[in-house]
Design a protein around this ligand. Sequence first.
Ligand SMILES: [Zn+2]
Length: 294
Amino acid sequence: MRRHISDGRETRIEGHAWILGTHSGRFISTCTEGNEGRFVADLIRPNCEWDEVKIDLLLLPFEKERVMNIRVSPNRPRDCWYWGFDWDIVYSVKMAYAMLLCSEALATKPNIAARVEGEFSKCSFCNSFAESSLHLFRDCRVAWWVWEGLGVEGVMEEGGSGVRDWVEVCWKGTVESKYGKFMVGYWALWELRNTVVFEGSDIDPEKVVRRMMDVLEEGDGMGTVAEGDVVGIGVVSRDGNGAVLWGLSIVRNQNWDPSMGEAVAILDGLQEVAQRGHRNVEIESGCLMVVEAL
Ligand SMILES: [Zn+2]
């Protein structure tokens, strides 16, 4: 995963992967002393141009060239995570949900409460703590059962208070192997949580762990493309305050790549928007390729 720079205020110079066109996304220059905790915004001048003097002190010439090619603008959305295009990894819905987790955009109860009126708050598993992403996937006792069952060590202690840092730490070491246990555990917890919420299922961590082991044996850890040529499209419409107005879910028998699916989702959404007579519409998409093409 990489950081997409808009104003650089939420991306660390060191520690985050943000340099385009390099394998790791991190710089390899040796002049790193004193950079701990500094943000990319420190390298950007008030007029939104890169500060070449600072960059010359910090980066190697080829790194500088790549950084200078990153467009900076305070008008773009905040710095965010995105998926670097990688031929070695099969893009999947699970990965998209991992990105939502990093962006604190999963439909956890506090996030739903911000959009829809109603009584939401407590963890769907333990009903004791607020259902934050970190609680659901790291701190809840059900999460412990799952991580321990999977034999993943250290996940519960990592990450401090930020979900992004937690995911990034846990992600390391799993991204090299296609079938990362972190992704399997994360996905299993999210599935379990949703069956508890929507189907009223009992929480049976042993069953979950058995299923995860099957998934790992099948080699589907990162999730492969769904069987058959099927694409699921989802569109959510919100008003200016973020409250949900309507949603759209369409299944199409196609074998599109994710960017094509995203582009069609935008088209479907806009057609619905036109039918409903909305004016002044902003489009949000998690697919950088499509956003830039638009
Ligand atoms: Zn809990």
